[in-house]
Design a binder for this molecule. Structure first.
Ligand code: SF4
Length: 690
């Protein structure tokens, strides 16, 4: 038995899937994964995980892993050596840079990669190439939430920890399918209801699991959330239920907010949200009666044309009711990917250096310029969305895309793919040959989280270390190694030999990561930013005040942007989102046999009303047609959706991919696509059950 124990290795790592950031030990024997064992010491999850964290790892050993660089050869690809691929990449980077200038190159990092890797990606763009054209996929999901928080409370992060969500008297979830998208947080919410009587209020189009369990469930019209949020805020003020002491001490622009709410009467809200007066009053009353309220929200809010304004309205409501600066209260945008918080923290954004230091801040620019030994380009770069426009207009020649299946996950993918075809050169780095790889000139085989050392930052701003479980699969390399190799083929002379050295550089240049080091993150230790130089961290984000000069938060008046107009024939609202057992498009989870068998293919949820009207049954094959594309899919008739609202999960990377239908219309402040405003017409292709 001793011998056997000897050969079993236990490694602490962090989940690669959602933003909860579960950590656990993985038991392995050579490349076999024996089990995943969460620990009471795990700061975000203790002994919980969901089915993906527990069983979702066989993809690491999938025979479909990329193990050789691929170079385009006409319509095909041929295998190449790393050196040949690097030379071709360097030649194209240099040629574009010299002949066309740095603004013709663009860089996209992955929210699945480590902080160290996202840091290097933006360093490559800024210090080696000289462009701010760098972004990450929070553009597709969370940028509007971050904007709403920057405007009002100054930091774009969750106000406290997951434990704070669970200790609130009132938990509000808006546009978050928490039980499937952030399962361990949903578990905490359910036990808060049971153990200390927290009330749960859910607002969504779809009656998902947490909606079923809510004390109150409201179902406003699509993209009308800002209206009910503003109306509830106004009703609270009209009844003198605001927290006047908190407002006087900690908040600016109260009068401006009050004036801006004038039109948001209950009647106006009833007209535009479809909610009743009684429902609106009950929501306001629940907030008034609770001593502490948290609001969690996700893509149901952010992926609207007015997503950043709706996120701002959430923060305004919390400020007016004094629900910041205390435990069990505050704003909780639930970050989607495991490291979506970190990719933004690391400055993989066109207008921010690491730690949200602005490129317009001369002092910050000088600091990075000195550290990197180069002059930095002060011009704002392009975000992901603008990059697609620039491909079409011929203003972008080269794209280096790391771990992002942009040809599936961006909105209006027929348009995105047509943009790829206009590029002169495209490098895609991934663990599998994704749909996006089909458009590449060079494909580079990367390593997944189990084969890497680094850090991830979860939804509660918690920085955790992942340790290498396996050596990289032969032929693949960790992303940080590949980026450094490319930089060095361009003459950068970087010499990082371990990711901890990259973190030391990040800490030296990034005030909110100042005290982060690998030593302080040993084992299950973690730190929540801002982390001061002495290593003290910040579980509760706002204690003394808000990070503005006068320490006061700022109420920020916002007005409603009605949803995108479609022609009358597009009468079906196509809601979309995740499934529990698959992560997004399923590039990883469909390579895990046990998860694949749970939901082998996608489906369309249809309401009983629509089914009766059109003669739809379980298994009817229907076509959804939007102005941008079509999807053929089989139906399930369910009581989770209502009327002409249908639900198409995003777990398909083929002909039923939701983003064949979605548009290029985006939030006006952040360019986040309005995925949740997709409409289509529905035709029946084939009747008959399954
Ligand atoms: Fe935890 Fe999320 Fe991973 Fe599930 S997917 S184990 S909830 S981090």
């Amino acid at each position: 038995a001793e011998m056997r124990q000897d050969r079993i290795k236990k490694t602490k790592t962090v989940c690669t899937y959602c933003g909860v950031g579960c950590s656990f030990e993985v038991w392995t024997k050579s490349r076999d994964i024996l089990k995943v064992e969460p620990s009471p010491e795990a700061p975000a999850n203790q002994i919980s995980t969901c089915v993906k964290g527990k069983f979702g790892w066989d993809f690491v050993n999938s025979g479909q892993r990329l193990t050789k660089p691929l170079i385009r050869d006409g319509a095909e690809f041929r295998e190449a050596t790393w050196e040949e691929a690097y030379r071709l990449i360097a030649m194209n980077f240099k040629e574009t840079l010299e002949k066309r200038g740095p603004e013709r190159l663009a860089f996209i990092t992955s929210s699945k990669c480590t902080n160290e890797e996202s840091y290097l990606m933006q360093k490559l763009a800024r210090a080696v190439i000289g462009t701010n054209n760098v972004d990450n996929c929070s553009r597709y999901c969370q940028s509007p939430a971050t904007m709403g928080l920057w405007r009002t409370v100054g930091y774009g992060g969750d106000s406290g920890s997951i434990t704070d969500i669970a200790s609130a008297e009132l938990i509000i979830g808006i546009g978050t399918n928490t039980a499937e998208a952030h399962p361990v947080i949903a578990t905490r919410v359910k036990s808060a209801q049971k153990l200390h009587g927290s009330k749960l209020l859910v607002s969504d189009l779809r009656k998902h699991e947490l909606a079923e369990r809510a004390d109150m469930f409201i179902r406003p019209n699509p993209a009308s959330d800002l209206v009910w949020l503003n109306a509830v805020t106004k009703y609270i003020i009209d009844n003198n239920w605001q927290d006047q002491q908190f407002i006087d001490e900690h908040v600016n622009h109260y009068d401006e907010l009050v004036n801006s709410l004038e039109k948001y009467t209950l009647d106006y809200a009833v007209q535009h949200t479809g909610l009743t007066k009684e429902e609106l009053i009950r929501v306001a009353t629940m907030i008034h009666e609770a001593k502490s309220t948290v609001i969690m929200w996700a893509m149901g809010i952010t992926q609207q044309r007015g997503g950043s304004d709706a996120s701002t309205a959430i923060s305004n409501l919390l400020l007016v009711t004094g629900n910041y600066m205390k435990p069990g209260a505050g704003a909780y945008p639930l970050r989607g990917h495991n490291n979506v918080q970190g990719a933004s923290d690391m400055g993989s954004m066109p207008d921010h250096l690491p730690g949200y230091q602005k490129i317009t801040d001369e002092e910050a620019m000088a600091k990075f310029s000195n550290a990197w030994g180069v002059k930095l380009n002060p011009n704002k770069g392009q975000n992901n969305h603008q990059m697609v426009d620039a491909m079409h207009s011929g203003e972008l020649d080269l794209l280096y895309l790391k771990g992002e299946d942009m040809g599936i996950v961006d909105s209006n993918i027929n348009h995105v793919r047509a943009g790829f075809e206009k590029l002169k050169f495209m490098v895609v780095q991934d663990i599998f040959f994704s749909k996006t790889c089909e458009y590449a000139d060079v494909v580079l085989p990367a390593s997944p989280s189990f084969e890497k050392t680094g850090t991830f930052s979860n939804t509660e701003r918690r920085i955790q270390r992942l340790n290498q479980v396996f050596e990289p699969l032969e032929g693949s390399k960790p992303d940080w190694v590949i980026i450094q190799d490319i930089a060095n083929h361009l003459g950068a002379g970087w010499n990082y030999t371990h990711p901890s050295q990259i973190m030391d550089e990040i800490a030296a240049l990034t005030p909110i990561y100042a005290g982060v080091s690998y030593d302080r993150l040993d084992g299950f230790n973690s730190l929540q930013w801002p982390v001061h130089a002495d290593g003290t961290d910040t579980p509760l984000l706002f204690t003394e005040g808000f990070p503005f000069d006068d320490k006061k938060a700022r109420l920020f008046p916002v007005d409603w942007t009605p949803p995108t107009e479609y022609g009358e024939e597009y009468d079906i609202h196509v809601n979309n989102g995740r499934l529990l057992e698959h992560f997004h498009e399923g590039n990883m989870t469909y390579k895990v046999a046990g998860l694949k068998s749970e939901t082998p293919e996608t489906f369309l949820e249809v309401s009983h009303e629509l089914a009766a009207e059109r003669g739809i049954e379980d298994g009817t094959l229907v076509r959804l047609q939007s102005p941008y594309g079509k999807v053929d899919v089989k139906t399930i008739v369910t009581d989770r959706v209502f009327d002409k609202e249908v639900y198409l999960p995003m777990n398909d990377s083929g002909d039923a991919a939701i983003n064949l239908l979605s548009s290029s219309i985006a939030d006006k402040n952040t360019s986040t696509p309005a995925y949740k405003e997709t409409k289509a017409k529905l035709m029946i292709l084939e009747r008959g059950g399954r």
